[in-house]
Design a protein around this ligand. Sequence first.
Ligand SMILES: [Zn+2]
Length: 257
Amino acid sequence: MPTVRTLALVIRSTEVFETSKVLTVFSRELGKVSAIAKGARRLKSPFHSALDLLSVCDMVLIHKGTDALDLVTEATLEERFDALKTDLEALYAGYYVAELLDGLTEHHVPHPKLFEAARVTLRHLADSRLRRHRVLRFELALLRELGHAPALENCVHCGRPIAPRDVQGNGEETNVAFGLSIGGVICAGCRPGQPHVAVLDGGTLTALRALAAPGGEWRNLDLSPESGRFGPLRGTVSAIISHLMGRRPHLLPYLGA
Ligand SMILES: [Zn+2]
């Protein structure tokens, strides 16, 4: 039975038996892993507080085989996102990140970039000004990493470029169809007959492009309540995520849309 040392984010924790915990962790080297930590709830546990939800810990795991829980033999705390504990909205956003990692990734499929994206997101969630931006950026990074990056530039069906202000050819901002099953924007010509279509206004498409792009342009987006921009953006990304997950994430109502 191979022993592996890995850096892991605790994304789910259930108390079992008298003193143990069953954990789901998202690990840099192994991806999602379910494991049991025996004695984790004893007062003098060797794991101390390393295995709290949303902790990042240096962990040693014994892999028991595909159908059995892995065994945690060592865990030391590497990073804790303390700011989340003093801000309920930030904490909910952190739980949402954990729920998506749990719900959308497969066991034992490593995604080191996604691990780093989650860690950076959790580190900065206490900054309320950019919190909504960061959660959306994380969702888009997650979709990209899992091979479901939404096509935002060209019609996903025929490849025709989609300009948010020029969909009808008269320079006026208008609605753009987004095919949830097909995973991207659809031009007016290809739209008829497409199932599961969400409708975006041109401004939402532009904002989505900024959030999905590298660089720092996303920081300049105004997602304040007054801007009216956040609701439609949140709705679109939530529809994409829910479609992929097969259900609405439980934490979605707590993201302040
Ligand atoms: Zn088309």
